[in-house]
Design a protein around this ligand. Structure first.
Ligand SMILES: CC(C)(COP(=O)(O)OP(=O)(O)OC[C@H]1O[C@@H](n2cnc3c(N)ncnc32)[C@H](O)[C@@H]1OP(=O)(O)O)[C@@H](O)C(=O)NCCC(=O)NCCS
Length: 232
């Protein structure tokens, strides 16, 4: 990349932000930028971080807290259901969090989302905290197509499910340094321990201890990480 292109990017990234002018500046910065994950260089070049021009930000300003050097990829969505001033919680991303293409984050009925620093969330994950909190620690690796639901619909036979209030058993926690494989589903009331590994396609319905390896639907612990967990 030529020096002039680098200067162009830095000039506009210094002015990047979530307001109209900030988003326009980001768009101008991308003119000479490479595609997809290579746009991370824009997030790294200035503390403002990078929010792709195609990302949808439909959340009140004071309810979205972005750390330094965050990377928000194309077509990601931050969505707050209901009118402005509604009793929704907030969305907080720590420093250097990466959200790749089509990650969706929703709040609405009092729940909040928190993502710790340096956590990476791969494409098409759904993080929905209408009610109940979703707290993901630092340096967590989340593979594509994972889903987190820290609440449920009421489902008594008295009335249609869609008319029943949501309820939560306590939300979801994912500890620091955990790794969730492709397509993991995490249900309400569950804590995944620090450094735990959850196999591809698993559904987590119960707590998983620190450093455990759990697989299947429902996920069961099949081992513990140790110094020889990874074949050399
Ligand atoms: C969880 C995982 C890391 C375990 O790897 P491992 O320690 O080498 O495990 P093994 O292959 O020795 O399997 C141990 C047992 O668990 C079972 N198992 C492993 N992964 C499983 C999964 N995802 N779902 C169901 N069962 C699984 C195996 O069949 C085996 O069962 P057995 O003892 O009855 O034969 C790996 O299987 C996995 O799912 N990786 C995620 C890959 C991925 O999604 N990558 C995305 C890129 S970020």
């Amino acid at each position: 990349m030529t020096r002039i292109k680098r200067k162009w990017m830095l000039f506009w990234m210094k002015r990047a932000g979530l307001g109209h002018l900030g988003r326009l500046s980001t768009m101008l910065a991308t003119w000479f930028a490479p595609a997809y994950k290579d746009r991370m260089l824009l997030a790294n070049c200035h503390p403002n971080g990078f929010v792709d021009p195609s990302a949808v930000i439909r959340i009140e300003k004071e309810k979205l807290h972005l750390g330094k050097h965050v990377y928000i990829g194309d077509r990601c969505v931050f969505y707050q259901a209901g009118p402005a001033g509604h009793k929704s919680g907030s969305i907080t991303l720590g420093d250097r969090v990466h959200l790749y293409r089509d990650v969706i984050m929703e709040i609405g009925n009092g729940g909040s989302l928190f993502i710790g620093s340096e956590t990476h969330i791969q494409p098409r994950c759904q993080l929905t905290a209408y009610l109940g909190n979703l707290h993901i620690g630092s340096r967590v690796e989340i593979a594509p197509n994972c889903a987190f639901y820290p609440y449920n619909h009421g489902f008594s036979t008295d009335e249609p499910i869609r008319d029943q209030a949501l309820f939560t058993k306590g939300g979801i926690g994912v500890g620091d340094g955990a790794w969730l494989g492709f397509g993991v589903i995490v249900l309400d009331g569950v804590t995944i321990g620090n450094g735990a590994v959850v196999g591809a396609g698993s559904t987590v319905t119960k707590n998983i201890p620190d450093n455990a390896i759990a697989v299947g639907a429902p996920a069961r612990v099949v081992g513990m990480r140790n110094a020889s967990s990874t074949p050399s």
